[in-house]
Design a protein around this ligand. Structure first.
Ligand SMILES: *[C@@H]1O[C@H](CO)[C@@H](O)[C@H](O)[C@H]1NC(C)=O
Ligand SMILES: *[C@@H]1O[C@H](CO)[C@@H](O)[C@H](O)[C@H]1NC(C)=O
Ligand SMILES: *[C@@H]1O[C@H](CO)[C@@H](O)[C@H](O)[C@H]1NC(C)=O
Ligand SMILES: CC(=O)N[C@H]1CO[C@H](CO)[C@@H](O)[C@@H]1O
Length: 221
């Protein structure tokens, strides 16, 4: 009897460690430091997802949801997509405030659905631009190690970089118009603010940046 019992509990133990880990209820602390001189980061969207989901990818067209973040700093369309039950989404959070130069966003995200092979993506608009954003895309979320990355600014490729305040969300008196069909068409490293339309009023080169614009960390809590 003793021997049998031993085998029974040993088998249970093996089943327990062999079953896939779903990571539910794990929380990760997020920091996004604004390293720029004058850019303002819009509320940070953080998403934990399975490898099947891509929030952005260089060299490919931005999704409509990414366009809303990059042009308007608006993460609501992404959230609506997640709330609709998009497969492969494991958890997300959206910050409530802007992050000014020299400041750091401190947030967190929790895995709320069973998640196989979790990856993390983070996006936030550089508010004083046509369609610039920063973030990370599909970084494997190794629960034991901290992610620390200095990241560049990306151009969503959805709007012409005319630097004209009428098209830029954070300019005073802005209408934040769009330039349909005039974007570059794919996500790429942003080539900066050049003061092209400074007389309109438009953006001055003071809003420019150089690599990197943000320092992002992710750590398990
Ligand atoms: C953000 O986008 C949502 C969905 O498209 C829209 O309903 C909402 O008005 C937008 N918010 C702002 C502040 O523009
Ligand atoms: C996560 O962020 C929310 C919203 O800011 C906050 O209320 C909560 O205390 C945070 N939780 C942890 C574990 O940091
Ligand atoms: C200035 O802005 C206008 C849109 O108002 C745009 O058509 C034009 O190309 C911009 N100028 C430059 C030099 O980019
Ligand atoms: C160079 C620059 O703009 N530095 C700013 C960094 O952020 C701090 C705090 O917001 C500001 O005081 C600095 O002017």
């Amino acid at each position: 009897m003793l021997t049998l019992r031993f085998f029974a509990s040993a088998t249970l133990f093996l089943v327990a460690i062999a079953s896939p880990v779903d990571h539910v209820a794990q929380t990760f602390a997020i920091t996004v430091e604004n390293l720029s001189y004058k850019q303002i980061f819009t509320p940070v969207l953080t998403v934990i997802h399975e490898p099947s989901v891509t929030i952005f990818k260089t060299g490919t067209p931005a999704s409509l949801e990414l366009q809303y973040v990059a042009e308007d700093g608006n993460a609501t369309t992404f959230v609506q997509l997640f709330e609709s039950g998009l497969s492969g989404i494991c958890g997300w959070s959206v910050g409530s405030e802007l992050t000014f130069p020299g400041k750091t966003y401190n947030g967190n995200v929790t895995i709320t659905k069973p998640c196989q092979d979790p990856h993390i993506s983070i996006v936030s608009m550089l508010g004083i631009s046509n369609d610039a954003f920063t973030g990370i895309s599909s970084v494997p979320l190794d629960v034991q190690h901290k992610i620390s990355e200095q990241v560049t600014a990306y151009d969503a490729g959805t709007e012409e970089n005319n630097e004209d305040c009428v098209y830029v969300g954070a300019c005073a008196g802005s209408h934040n118009l769009r330039t349909p069909g005039l974007g570059e068409g794919f996500v790429h490293v942003h080539r900066g603010i050049h003061g092209l339309n400074v007389t309109k009023p438009g953006l001055s080169v003071e809003y420019d940046w150089r690599f990197p614009v943000a320092y992002i960390t992710v750590s398990s809590t």
